[in-house]
Design a protein around this ligand. Structure first.
Ligand SMILES: Nc1ncnc2c1ncn2[C@@H]1O[C@H](COP(=O)(O)OP(=O)(O)O)[C@@H](O)[C@H]1O
Ligand SMILES: [Mg+2]
Length: 260
């Protein structure tokens, strides 16, 4: 795989290196209190793994950060700027924050190459030839350059998810959110995706990763955040979290997911 730099730009200044900051964030879906007073800060270049039971609010957390969901109260800032409500500022924010979903979400009727060039051409005004060149570099980086002219359905799940990562990178995001990126994959394809993510982490990409893959957390995460019932219950380095969780809720959760 080619060595293509994906390090984010460090242009805007921000408080103490915090790239992402959530303060006292509250979110309800009707009567359901889905995010409870969430405080979370991610520094530039930091890799944070979010772990927790199904329904604890992990996806909602990701979706509020790129404003696919609104919040009821609190603040979310990226590089010191509060999330815009709508319009051009929101489009710019979306370009700053990449998202990789469990279900890949590639455009089914566009080729792999078109999936990667579309955003830069439409949202950033990049010239077609330049967008193609960069897309091919990124597809090479994630190991699927030889699939560029196929449709997503002709690729394996692991290959499709690597295309989705290349698509996110093509927008030169400052931060990438990964929401259970390997949960829909056959077991033998999980590592090819995790290896790409570990590479990004080592290159200094700022990442928030919802995953239960402890191997990834141990190899790449600076911090593990454990969520339960909409709350951040504890945060620590991966080794401490997996070997000596403090809260009963984390102990209980780990006893269910760890091999016995
Ligand atoms: N759009 C929505 N409308 C109503 N309830 C929702 C919506 N999205 C998620 N929920 C509920 O919010 C809770 C948290 O969901 P989610 O953030 O998807 O959790 P997780 O990703 O940790 O499994 C769940 O109870 C889920 O059913
Ligand atoms: Mg989820």
């Amino acid at each position: 795989m080619a060595d293509v730099s994906v390090a984010p730009s460090t242009a805007p200044s921000d408080e103490g290196g915090a790239l992402l900051s959530l303060r006292a964030v509250e979110k309800h879906f009707g009567d359901l209190h889905v995010l409870r007073h969430v405080d979370l800060t991610i520094a530039r270049g930091e890799v944070v793994v979010v772990i927790g039971p199904s329904g604890s609010g992990k996806s909602t957390l990701c979706r509020t950060i790129n404003r696919l969901e609104t919040i009821d109260s609190g603040t979310i800032t990226i590089a010191g700027r509060e999330l815009p409500e709508e319009g051009r500022d929101l489009a710019r924010l979306r370009a700053q924050v990449g998202m990789v979903f469990q279900s890949f979400n590639l455009f089914a009727h566009k080729t792999v190459l078109e999936n990667v060039t579309l955003g830069p051409i439409k949202a950033k005004g990049v010239k077609r030839a330049a967008a193609k060149e960069r897309a091919m570099e990124l597809l090479d980086r994630v190991g699927v350059a030889n699939q560029a002219h196929k449709l997503p359905a002709q690729l394996s799940g692991g290959q499709q998810q690597r295309v989705a990562i290349a698509r996110a990178l093509a927008m030169d995001p400052e931060l990438i959110l990964f929401d259970e990126p390997t949960s829909a994959l056959d077991p033998e394809m999980i590592n090819e995706v995790l290896d790409v993510m570990v590479g990004l982490a080592r290159d200094g990409m700022t990442m928030l990763v919802v995953t239960h893959e402890m191997g990834f957390a141990r190899r790449a995460a600076d911090r593990v955040v454990f969520m339960d019932a909409g709350e951040i219950v504890e945060e620590s380095d991966p080794e401490t979290f997996f070997t000596a969780p403090r809260s009963d809720r984390a102990k209980d959760f780990l006893s269910k997911i760890l091999p016995h």
